[in-house]
Design a binder for this molecule. Structure first.
Ligand SMILES: C[S@@+](CC[C@H](N)C(=O)[O-])C[C@H]1O[C@@H](n2cnc3c(N)ncnc32)[C@H](O)[C@@H]1O
Length: 233
């Protein structure tokens, strides 16, 4: 599963300048929001974070790539469960804060990389046992960019490796509200969300076995999400 990419930038060939502008705005927005809210999602791990950590440990997996780690509530949980975690996000200060929060006991198993997931992942093929991502796939990315990202996750996972990711779906109260950016993406309060329908989950799993899709809710709104589990063939 590979997508055509621009040789110079590693970006998907044909990515529109409008989408570059959207992502640039989103990056600034996330950096500012994290700076203003040092515990935006609270200090406790999320439910999918606990679930993913338990699954990875139960399968005896070790090297985990976390996409969109944010302020690290789930990164810390993965580390506490004994996993090696490579946390990736395009918000540099948030990643630096995770290293500080991890402290001397956990930091030895933490790596962090500042990276925009619209570009090829900066890792060798088959270098991770698992990938975990809470609410990164549901950001401002277009369907084309998401397909390329799923291809990259497939490339860096070992055969049999697990990918557990979460997304807001079209049953969410905010679906259709705010400014439409096309491709089921809506901007609300400065944040852009791509709301998934079931065919999109299946499309991203084309080169994987889609093992499970579980609906859950998070927060006061509440956000309505799916947790998708797919295994690399
Ligand atoms: C909704 S937050 C979730 C953070 C964290 N997973 C959690 O649940 O606490 C989404 C995260 O994705 C990051 N992000 C959004 N678009 C990104 C992109 N194109 N490349 C890398 N990170 C991105 C944001 O900086 C933010 O940390």
């Amino acid at each position: 599963m590979s997508e055509p990419r621009d040789r110079g930038t590693g970006k998907l060939a044909g990515a529109a300048p409008a989408d570059d502008r959207i992502i640039g705005d989103q990056q600034r927005h996330w950096v500012e929001t994290f700076t203003a809210n040092p515990e935006m999602y609270g200090p406790e791990p999320s439910e999918p974070g606990r679930h993913a950590a338990a699954c990875f440990v139960a399968e005896g997996l070790s090297a985990v790539l976390e996409l969109g780690a944010g302020q690290g509530r789930d990164t810390l949980e993965l580390l506490r469960r004994g996993l090696e975690v490579h946390a990736l996000d395009f918000a540099p200060d948030a990643l630096a804060d995770i290293a500080a929060l991890a402290g001397p006991e956990l930091v030895g198993r933490l790596r962090a990389t500042v990276h925009d997931v619209r570009r090829a992942l900066p890792f060798a093929e088959r270098s991770f046992d698992a990938c975990y991502s809470h609410m990164l796939f549901t950001m401002a990315l277009t369907t084309e960019e998401l397909e390329a990202l799923a291809g990259e996750v497939h490339r860096v996972l070992r055969p049999g490796g697990l990918c557990i990711y979460t997304v807001r779906h079209t049953g969410d109260a905010h679906y259709g509200a705010g400014r439409s950016l096309g491709d089921d993406r809506y901007e609300n309060g400065g944040f852009v969300v791509h709301f998934f329908d079931r065919p999109l989950v299946e499309r991203l799993a084309a080169a994987f076995e889609l093992e499970d899709v579980t609906a859950f809710e998070e927060g006061d709104l509440p956000r309505r999400l799916w947790r998708a589990t797919m295994r690399r063939r």
